[in-house]
Design a protein around this ligand. Structure first.
Ligand SMILES: Cc1cc2nc3c(=O)[nH]c(=O)nc-3n(C[C@H](O)[C@H](O)[C@H](O)COP(=O)(O)OP(=O)(O)OC[C@H]3O[C@@H](n4cnc5c(N)ncnc54)[C@H](O)[C@@H]3O)c2cc1C
Length: 349
């Protein structure tokens, strides 16, 4: 039987990669960790949308499966790579060695020096979901900004109380959640995000596309990325599931456009580019067609992961990696979560 823990209690807001990375390290160090996330599944922007399939199949056999947030993860540091290697060994993640091309109206170009890429199996959500498996995690649990208690620690309302309050929500939400620790909250201001509108386009049957992913150089500035989900390991066959991402600029200009209008604009653009560059006529009306609006998609400027001992609180995320140095990638979220945990352990472990 597991030993009862007597370390400080910690509530972590967010079960994306940063919250999970932080929670795992604190749990291993004997802290009493609880994660809360407002989503229906852990993962945040490592998100998978699955529709159809047998009711008992829990979406595993869904014919329409899209990773509509992050398309893959990379791991430049050993710590994250080791975590991914364990998932690969257990079948919850896999290397994605698919061919990537740059797509321009006048043709395509191969990728020069691809990094090793990993995906969750059967979807990106599986990466944080499997890592968080043994953590105490409450889903569909939206944390309102909590109060500090006079004698230290945090009054978390419906979520009880905790010695420490750690936030891994995107920067603007983190700022609101840390309102009772204003000096700490102000340190989130350095971070900024770019939005992304994603379209999920499903066709029956296969389409003969020459790559699994296209980095788009679009002179019209509409389309940034096309991902062929079926090209990833462990995805359904018999359908073609495409994820189209708008550029940051186009997405910002269309954030308040009806999602159904925006998704048509993205598909129209891919049809035109596929025709011009690949000589490919995409089929007519998609069998599955949806859109998702990411208001806080990719961090473009950064704060530094931080634990404020006086406030019993801290934050991390892809927008708050160690030393404020990142590129808005999932691996930065992992590194940020680990850095926050190290700071907490150094102060309270
Ligand atoms: C369209 C898109 C494409 C991307 N492509 C890539 C890619 O190919 N490769 C790559 O490496 N990275 C990519 N990224 C970035 C990557 O997804 C992120 O860097 C990473 O997932 C961030 O993890 P995080 O834990 O910092 O934040 P998140 O994943 O955003 O997690 C924060 C969590 O906090 C929760 N939350 C917020 N407020 C509250 C609250 N009040 N109460 C409870 N819960 C709350 C949210 O529900 C969320 O689950 C992409 C992102 C997007 C959106």
């Amino acid at each position: 039987m597991a030993e009862p823990r007597d370390g400080p209690s910690v509530l972590i807001v967010g079960a994306g990669l940063a919250g999970v990375a932080c929670g795992l390290a604190l749990d291993a160090a004997g802290f009493r960790v609880r994660l809360v996330d407002k989503g229906r599944a852990p993962g945040g922007r490592l998100a998978t949308s699955a529709t159809g399939g047998s009711p008992s199949g829990m979406g595993q056999d869904a014919p329409w499966r899209f990773d509509h947030g992050a398309q893959y993860v990379t791991a430049r540091d050993d710590d994250f790579r080791q975590a991914l290697d364990r998932l690969v060994a257990g079948g919850s993640a896999a290397r994605w060695d698919g061919r990537f091309l740059t797509l321009r109206p006048d043709g395509t170009a191969p990728e020069a020096d691809p990094p090793p890429r990993y995906v969750g199996v059967p979807g990106m959500t599986q990466i944080p979901g499997q890592l968080a498996f043994d953590l105490d995690l409450a889903l569909e649990a939206e944390m309102p900004p909590p109060d500090r208690m006079a004698d230290g620690g945090w009054d978390l309302g419906a979520y009880g109380a905790a010695d420490l309050f750690l936030v891994t929500a995107p920067a603007a939400q983190a700022r609101d959640l840390l309102a009772a620790a204003p000096d700490l909250a102000a340190r989130t201001d350095a971070a900024r995000f770019a939005p992304c509108i994603a379209a999920m386009v499903g066709f029956q049957g296969g389409i003969d596309l020459p790559a699994a992913g296209f980095f788009v150089e679009d002179p019209d500035g509409v389309l940034a990325w096309v991902g062929v989900n079926g090209g990833k390991p462990g995805r359904p066959s018999g359908t073609t599931c495409l994820t189209l991402h708008g550029t940051a600029e186009w997405s910002a200009a269309h954030l308040d456009t009806d999602k159904d209008v925006a998704k048509h604009a993205l598909l129209r653009r891919f049809r035109a580019l596929a025709g011009d560059a690949l000589g490919l006529d995409l089929p007519g009306t998609p069998a599955y067609f949806a859109a998702h609006r990411w208001r806080h998609a990719r961090a473009v400027s950064f704060a530094a992961a931080c634990f404020d001992e006086g406030a019993d609180a801290g934050f991390a995320g892809d927008w708050a990696p160690p030393d404020g140095r990142g590129a808005g990638r999932a691996e930065d979220a992992w590194r940020g979560g680990r850095a926050l945990a190290r700071a907490v352990i150094a102060a309270r472990g």
